[in-house]
Design a protein around this ligand. Structure first.
Ligand SMILES: [Zn+2]
Length: 400
């Protein structure tokens, strides 16, 4: 398939607006399965939970990138000298989530944001809990000083989520501490990458969405490795929101918005979610150079994730290395195969650091990018079908 994505990893596309509406203060978001107060028959459940003291693991998720010095786990380590700090800003769809392995009795939650000097404070934020890991309920607002406190009355809680109020974007977030009052010892660790699916606006694409989410989870660790840079902790969470819209998909601000109409018309195109997940992991400060940003995302999807389905068709008379998407992805795969297997990783590091320049091709491959392209074209003209055959001989043998 030679369709074009409408992806804009940092600039929100129209679809993202739809997505924001889908996961905002909608009736669905508030139809909470909150357990009844302790005077109800559910009291027995609460009592049983309260008597538990078996430690629970907590998976920590962030849609926002950070650094090794201020990792997400540092928000939950009860050490006042450490804290979680984002590299970039916090936008409408961004979340910080702590998900317990099972519901535990919780009496209080206190979240302290900011660096103690009044910087990077979350003052227009919401603290939410969930009893089932699916539906969330607001339990407190963040106050001007950046603190949110909730009394939870020993209710079972399975997760704690921190979000922004609408249009309250901040340039950077620091979470100093998330203190959960419970008889159960909590041990938090950074979770593997995961897409959280929301098909409330398009329930008929649920099977497509779940298949895509599974593929995303499977390939997230490989993507982290391919897009590695020293000391950088990529996001490990994206909210995958399905709704009818235009285009194909777009990712930014913690949300992967997917056009449900596209899913219905392209039942086998779930791999597009891997392209979009790559944008979440890239977390570049800008969309420059956009051709390379999209080329790397398609390299992740087509050359590394599903090479058995990749049949690049390039019009060499018209194309250039900076055509983005599949053309750039094929070129990167060819350069990696013949010159520097780490080229995509190194290009990624430069984009993330804001230092990318075409000269990097020469530094890595020993040849100017224009000369590499000319050589690539000759190679493609000789054998277009097997231009990347050596990348994945096994999977290509099994392709249709
Ligand atoms: Zn894209």
């Amino acid at each position: 398939m030679l369709f074009r994505y409408l992806s804009r990893p940092l600039a929100a596309v129209a679809l993202l607006c739809l997505a924001g509406a889908a996961r905002g203060d909608s009736p669905i978001a508030h139809s909470v399965l909150r357990l009844a107060p302790s005077t109800s028959p559910d009291h027995t459940t609460a009592t049983r939970l309260a008597s538990e003291s078996t430690p629970v693991d907590a998976d920590i998720y962030s849609t926002m990138s950070s650094t090794d010095a201020h990792r997400p786990e540092m928000a939950l380590d009860a050490d006042s000298s450490t804290y979680f700090q984002t590299v970039g800003g916090m936008d409408d769809g961004d979340d910080f989530l702590v998900l317990f392995g099972r519901p535990i009795p919780v009496t209080s939650i206190k979240v302290t944001s900011g660096d103690g000097q009044g910087h990077d404070v979350l003052s227009k934020g919401i603290l939410e809990t969930t009893t089932d890991g699916v539906t969330y309920h607001k339990v407190a607002d963040f106050k001007a000083g950046g603190v949110a406190e909730a009394d939870v009355d020993g209710d079972p809680v399975m997760g704690v989520r921190i979000r922004l109020k609408k249009d309250a974007n901040i340039d950077r977030l620091v979470i100093d501490d998330i203190a959960v009052g419970s008889t159960v010892p909590i041990s938090g660790q950074l979770a593997p990458g995961r897409a959280f699916v929301d098909v409330s606006k398009a329930p008929d694409v649920k099977a497509w969405a779940e298949r895509a989410a599974k593929e995303v989870a499977e390939f997230w660790p490989n993507t982290n490795a391919l897009l590695y840079s020293d000391g950088f902790i990529p996001p490990n969470m994206v909210n995958m929101v399905f709704a009818d819209g235009d285009g194909v998909a777009g990712t930014g601000g913690g949300v992967m918005a997917v056009n449900a109409k596209w899913c219905r018309e392209h039942p086998d195109d779930t791999g597009l979610a891997v392209h979009e997940m790559s944008h979440a992991v890239q977390a570049y400060p800008t969309y420059d150079a956009s051709w390379l940003v999209e080329g790397i995302a398609d390299y992740i999807r087509w050359v590394k994730f599903e090479p058995q389905h990749f049949h690049p068709r390039i019009n060499v008379a018209k194309s250039t290395y900076h055509d983005a998407y599949q053309t750039t992805a094929t070129f990167l795969g060819w350069c990696a195969l013949h010159y520097d297997s780490c080229l995509p990783t190194k290009l990624n590091q430069a984009l993330r650091a804001g230092t990318y320049n075409d000269r990097l091709f020469k530094q890595c491959c020993g040849k100017d990018v224009g000369d590499l392209w000319a050589e690539f074209v000759k190679s493609y003209q000789t054998d277009p079908k097997d231009i990347l055959a050596a990348v994945s001989p096994t999977s290509r043998l099994s392709s249709n």
